[in-house]
Design a protein around this ligand. Structure first.
Ligand code: SF4
Ligand code: SF4
Ligand code: SF4
Ligand code: FES
Length: 967
């Protein structure tokens, strides 16, 4: 089934690991050291003990008919279509629920079995509308296939008995329909929702002929607990649950495997196409990050790629008060290059810079930083990871020696205690959350440190769950208290510490952590978390066979973000929870390629592969390949660029795929900086908030329109494949290359695979990576080099890259952003499932039905004190600014803490966030802003200005687009 891939022509269909991922083997893979040999229809086959007869037959190339079985679900044994005969056994057992046995002799085809199967099919078909020709599943229906396979020729029971043929359809979900008249009650959907997704939104109500599938309390899907992951739709063997895109457009004619461009889980999908039109995204079973599962974003929210708002041609203008002028690519690139040259001639080499994006591919990101370091001739390159996970890079490098998470996602299936700090996986990393919840259902314990009561704590059928609802800004105090209990109660792994860690650094940490100021009793005052809860959590983690820590932006986006990452690594080292499956320190990266954008040398002080620009030998290696000298001085970080722009020394900026005007803190400061620039070049899909301040607009290509790779949160490099031509004619890397050439620095790549070859030449952790190997292995987790030619699923197994692990001191220092009488509440921010980051993509899809505005969540007590009711407009004032949002009461929060999301630009969440940032990396302190609330009746002044400015810029764009179509 594996087909050869030619990176030059991008001819590809399927592949990876030698398994035919398009085939359904009936029941899940079983792992066992014991092998069993049996004969099926005379064919000998050896499989792991515990494998079903159905799966063994499929592996032997014998396809037994089946309806209720699927290889991503536990066997259920309800349809009896898979019945077989086994020598020495009575009756006709279901092969899906019968495990193999040594020397078993199985018959899958004879007259008696054929009769039984036809009978089963007759019963099913007697309650099924015979409208195959007009059914949307026509050509892709397992019921139809099975009717053919068993040779069904008549339905003796007729269609006049009790049936469901008139059952009412449910079209409430924007992406899929439920037509119960087609349901065969196989229960695959119910089991997919439970076993794969973990939501338990579906049940089978009633018995016998009355039985039917229902969502929630027999309500429309949209009113139920359903989170629209699509697992049930994928599991359904008929058209009962069906994608609306297929109902509207018909069946696809070909498919190409690619990687989701939303979150850091990095799910693989089959992009199912009709010509150049994408009609369905089906999660790819061969995807090592998702194993065939998905969430609503990757599965359904792809409509933005062809949305009418997409920029379709380059545009230029002299100032932001002027309308746009649509031009060809060549003119736009030349205009940009001329401006950059003129600015550098007038203000100096350091007056220009570039920002790479965690949404773009590794190859694109690499090229932008290379353009800055070669064609611009400075190191003024930074990335949006600055504002999310830069403390992860710093903290993990300082302690473990590598700026990345230590595990695979699958590792969580071997954890006994799972600690989640400042992350909300069910919303932000949903496919990983499903795996995590599976483990919780199997009995693992959960500890959540978060100011909010997150959904993970409500996991159905899970074991022990502890919530530590700490005050925003007190993470470090909490992690110190956990460390204190581990040490003072003798829960350290002395063997690991003495073998693997630097003794001096460890002793210093130990002396520090045992101090009374770090005791739970003392820290309870600071964090608001009862001492006993802290002790309970520390004991649970400290005594765990395998304890794993997962964390998110609730750790990093603080003034002590890096300190907290160090604290987490300390705790993992002290308890020996590093270097094997089931344990580790795992940053959950927000965007699809946060890991990659950091790996690719986007930061001003580091060349690709985290190699410091200050080291002459490193610069020399790059100079040899790049053909120019590299500036030895680290360049400007994003906040420094803003400050320098306002001061007048920084004049031109190239921003690829990143909306800094919406995503960076203190919006008014950012707007002032962008307005101060003489040349802002924005390369993006839409006229985003940053683009409204631009002089050059270069239309970006969506992930469907280009080739490259993304690296997910588990260091997994996955291929992104072009499934349709770029809307504006160029992949993003081509535009960057053109700009470099126009500036006089030659770049001549003909395919992103060549860029990857150069990365492999320069970045030590990538030396074994190539497109050819990616095709062969499916994906690769770096480091991939001579020592680890197929990649490294688990890091630090024997040693750390720095030799011995280094404990760091983590003194808790209270943030300057404190609540007081004027600003008595603490605002913290987060994400929700249906929207993604700044919302530029998801706002242009039907995901809007779930979240069409950002709201302010607050505790009823805080609301009552201020006379605020549900749905009121509330003015939120901080030391930085003011914005207005609608209020929503919730008891998920403790009194004194309020919460919002930042998916809609007009909400102005970042108008109120401050300039405070992490001491080591300048990562903004988004998670702590002291605010006051008041009931108001109109938008804030900033919101009114924002609307006026936005309308004007939209008019400029509309005018330019009209001019272009008229000419
Ligand atoms: S879409 Fe997902 S959450 Fe909703 S019912 Fe189906 S499996 Fe369950
Ligand atoms: S909706 Fe589909 S998967 Fe669910 S029971 Fe009916 S036929 Fe089976
Ligand atoms: S979990 Fe993340 S990568 Fe997977 S489908 Fe959802 S958004 Fe895409
Ligand atoms: S496939 Fe085995 S009983 Fe349905």
């Amino acid at each position: 089934m594996i087909q050869q891939f030619d990176p030059k022509t991008d001819q590809y269909q399927a592949g990876g690991n030698g398994i035919d991922w398009q085939k359904d083997y009936g029941t899940p893979l079983v792992e066992s050291d014991v092998s069993v040999t049996l004969a099926i229809d005379g064919v000998p086959i050896t499989v792991p003990e515990g494998t079903s007869v159905l799966r063994a037959a499929a592996l032997a190339g014998i396809n037994i008919p089946k309806l209720c079985a699927s290889d991503n679900l536990e066997a259920f044994g309800s349809c009896r279509l898979c019945s077989v005969q086994i020598e020495g056994r009575r009756g006709m057992p279901a092969s899906c629920t019968t495990p193999v046995a040594e020397d078993m002799v199985v018959t899958t085809q004879n007259a008696a079995l054929a009769k039984l199967r036809r009978n089963v099919m007759e019963l099913y078909i007697s309650d099924h509308p015979l409208d195959c020709l007009t059914c949307p599943a026509n050509g892709d229906c397992e019921l139809q296939d099975m009717a053919g396979a068993v040779g069904l020729r008549e339905v003796r029971y007729g269609f006049s008995g009790e049936n469901h043929l008139d059952a009412e359809k449910d079209h409430s979900n924007p992406y899929f329909s439920f037509d119960p008249s087609k349901c065969i009650v196989c229960s695959r959907c119910v089991r997919a929702c439970e076993e794969v997704q973990g939501t338990f939104a579906l049940t089978i109500d009633g018995r016998g002929f009355d039985s039917k599938v229902s969502a929630g309390q027999d309500e429309p899907f949209m009113d139920s607990e359903c989170v629209s992951c699509g697992a049930c739709v994928q599991a359904c063997p008929t058209s009962t649950l069906m994608e609306k895109s297929i109902i509207d457009e018909g069946q696809p004619d070909h498919s190409i495997v690619t990687t989701c461009a939303y979150c850091g889980v990095g799910c693989s999908f089959e992009a199912e196409m009709k010509g150049d039109q994408l009609v369905r995204m089906t999660p790819w079973k061969g995807g090592d990050a998702n194993h065939g599962h998905s969430c609503v974003k990757g599965r359904f929210a792809f409509g933005y790629a062809t949305h009418k708002d997409r920029l379709r041609e380059p545009m230029i203008r002299d100032s932001i008060d002027q309308p746009w002028r649509p031009v060809g690519w060549e003119e736009a690139i030349q205009f940009a290059a001329d401006r950059i040259k003129a600015i550098q001639a007038k203000y100096g080499r350091e007056s220009v810079g570039g920002i790479t994006s965690s949404r773009c591919t590794n190859e694109e990101t690499y090229l932008v930083q290379k353009l800055v370091r070669t064609a611009f001739g400075n190191n003024n390159t930074d990335t949006c990871a600055r504002v999310c996970h830069s403390p992860t890079g710093y903290g993990l490098k300082a302690t473990l020696g590598e700026s990345a998470g230590t595990q695979t996602f699958d590792s969580v299936l071997k954890s006994d205690v799972i600690v989640v700090i400042g992350a909300n996986p069910t919303d932000a990393h949903p496919v990983f959350a499903s795996r995590l919840r599976k483990r919780l259902r199997e009995g693992a314990s959960l500890i959540v440190a978060d100011p909010r009561y997150i959904d993970l704590l409500k996991t159905p059928h899970m074991g022990e769950g502890i919530h530590l609802p700490l005050r925003p800004g007190t993470n470090v105090a909490l992690i110190n208290a956990l460390g204190h209990v581990v040490v003072t109660e003798g829960l350290e792994d002395q063997d690991f510490v003495s073998r693997r860690c630097d003794p001096e650094a460890y002793q210093q940490w130990r002396d520090f952590i045992v101090q009374e100021k770090n005791s739970p009793e003392h820290v309870a005052e600071i964090t608001g978390v009862p001492a006993e809860s802290i002790r309970q959590a520390a004991r649970l983690y400290g005594k765990a066979g395998n304890g794993a820590i997962y964390y998110g932006l609730g750790v990093t986006e603080h003034s002590q973000g890096s300190t907290m990452v160090i604290g987490i690594a300390n705790l993992a080292m002290a308890t020996g929870n590093i270097g094997r499956e089931g344990v580790g320190v795992n940053p959950l990266r927000g965007q699809n390629n946060v890991q990659g954008s950091c790996d690719m040398g986007s930061f001003p002080h580091e060349l690709p592969g985290y190699q410091h620009v200050g080291v002459p030998e490193i610069r020399q290696r790059f100079a040899e390949v790049w053909g120019v000298e590299i500036d030895p001085e680290p360049g400007l970080r994003i906040p420094n660029m803003f400050d320098a722009a306002i001061d007048g020394s920084f004049k031109a900026l190239y921003v690829q795929g990143e909306d800094i005007a919406q995503s960076d803190p203190n919006t008014q400061h950012v707007e002032q900086a962008l307005t101060s620039l003489e040349c802002l070049i924005v390369q993006d899909l839409f006229l985003n908030e940053t683009a409204k301040f631009a002089h050059v607009l270069l239309p970006g290509a969506s992930f469907l329109e280009k080739n490259g790779t993304f690296t997910n949160a588990e260091r997994r490099i996955n291929r992104v494949r072009k499934v349709m031509p770029p809307l504006a004619g160029k992949e993003d890397w081509e535009a960057t290359q053109d700009l470099a050439n126009a500036l006089g620095y030659p770049m001549n790549y003909s395919h992103p695979s060549e860029i990857m070859d150069e990365i492999a030449q320069l970045a030590p952790t990538f030396t074994g990576v190539s497109y050819e190997k990616l095709e062969r292995l499916g994906s690769i987790q770096w480091p991939c080099n001579e020592e680890h030619p197929d990649g490294t699923p688990t890091m630090h197994e024997e040693t750390f890259p720095i030799g011995l692990g280094r404990f760091g001191l983590t003194e808790f220092i209270e943030t300057e952003e404190r609540s007081n009488r004027r600003f008595p509440l603490l605002l913290t921010t987060g994400r929700i499932l249906s929207q993604y980051n700044v919302g530029a993509q998801t706002r242009r899809t039907d995901n809007q039905v779930w979240h069409d505005e950002d709201v302010l969540e607050l505790h009823p007590h805080d609301a009552e004190e201020r006379g605020i009711s549900n749905g009121d407009w509330v003015g939120i004032t901080s030391r930085s600014g003011k914005t207005v949002l609608r209020a929503r009461m919730t008891d998920r929060l403790q009194p004194g803490v309020v919460y919002t999301t930042f998916h809609h630009p007009g909400s102005g969440a970042n108008v109120i966030t401050t300039d405070n940032s992490d001491w080591a990396t300048n990562c903004p302190e988004y998670k702590v802003t002291a605010v006051q609330l008041e009931k108001v009746s109109q938008p804030s002044e900033w919101q009114q200005r924002f609307q006026t400015f936005g309308r004007k810029q939209q008019q400029f764009l509309a005018q330019a687009t009209d001019d272009a179509s008229a000419s």
